[in-house]
Design a protein around this ligand. Sequence first.
Ligand code: SAM
Ligand code: SF4
Length: 348
Amino acid sequence: MLVHHLPNPPPRYRTLADFVEQQGHPPYRFRQIMHAVTRGVLEFASMSELPRQLRDNLTAEFGSHVTTLQPLTSQRSAHVTKTLLASPKGGRVESVRLEYAAGWTSLCLSSQVGCGLGCTFCATGTMGLVRNLGADEIIDQVLLADGRPDSVAFMGMGEPLANPHTLAAIDLLTDASFLGFSPRRVTVSTVGFLPGMQQLVERHPGVVLTLSVHSPFDEQRSELIPLHHRYPLAECLDVLEEHVTVTNRRTYLAYLLIGGLNDSREHADALAARILARERPDLFMVSLIPFNQAPGLPAEFTPPEQHTVREFAQHLHARGVRATRRTQFGTDIDAACGQLAARHDAEI
Ligand SMILES: C[S@@+](CC[C@H](N)C(=O)[O-])C[C@H]1O[C@@H](n2cnc3c(N)ncnc32)[C@H](O)[C@@H]1O
Ligand code: SF4
C-alpha cells in the first residue's frame, strides 16, 4: 500500500513507516496512520486506534502532527481563503481556497518557495527561488485546508514542473488508497518547463495541463517569460498536441492580458493562428486572465480595459477558437493569480 507501492515516496512518509516498524509494530499500524490522515485526523495524539505508547513516541519523534507545514494566518474575502504556511525547513508559502457559486471548492497549491524563472509580470518571480517544496509539504496544503477541496490546481507560488517532487505529490493526490483525487480534478499550470511537461503526460496522462502563453510572438514572449529562450512556445505546443491527441481531452492555454501590451487584435489573430495550425484545435481552450497588479511589478503593466477582454475573446471566437475569462477571486487580499509572494514575513 501507500509508501511501498509508490515509485518515489516523500521522505517524511517513508521515515514514518520505518519508525513504526523499528518500534516493533506491524505494517498495518502505518496504514492506520494514513487512514486517520485521510479522515482529517492529523494529530498523533488523536489517532485513537494506535496504542498509547506509539502515539507518544511518534509525537516525541515527529512533533504533534503528521504535517510539517504550520498554518500561520488565514485571510478571508468573499469566496476566498488565503492561508500562509511556514515550513520548519525554511520559507513560507501560501495556498488559496476558492468557493464557486455551485458549492464547488478548489485549492490553489504552491509548489516552490518563490520561483527562479523571473517572469516579469509575476509577484512570485520577484522573490527568486528559495527552494522546492517536498511532496509532503505540497500534500500538507491539502490536508490543512478548511475542508477537503473538490479539485486542486498547481497555480500558486512556483513553477510546479521545475520541482521534481511535484510528480510524487501527484502520485499521492491521485492514490486511491490515500487522497483519491481523480486526475481530472488535478490541474497543473506551467510556463512551459518542457522536460517536466513530458514526464507529467507520460506518468499522469489524465491530469489537466494549462500552459501559460501570454504572447503568440516569440520575441515578446521571451521578454515576458525568460524560459521561452530555453523552451520555445512551439515545442511546448507540440507536447500539448500529443497529449490531447492521445487522451482526446481538452488542454488550456492561459493568456494574461496586460493593458496595451499584448491585448491587440493582432495578438488575438496570431494566437488563433497558432492554435488553428494544430491537429486538434478543438481541444485547445484559451483562458483569459486580466493582469493583477502587485507590489514590486513594473508600474507600466496595467490591467486591460473590460471591453478589451471581451473583444479579445470575440476575436478568438470569430476565428473558431474557444475562449473563456478565468474567474478571478481574491484580488482584494492579494490572493489572485500572480499576487502570491508570502509578503507577510515581515509582519509575523
Ligand atoms: C503564478 S502561476 C503558477 C504556475 C506556473 N508557474 C505558471 O506560470 O503557469 C499561475 C498563473 O498565474 C498567472 N499570473 C502570474 N502573474 C500574474 C499577474 N500579475 N496577474 C495575473 N495572472 C498572473 C500565470 O501566468 C499563471 O497562468
Ligand atoms: S508566472 Fe509562474 S513561472 Fe513565472 S515567475 Fe510566476 S510562478 Fe514562476
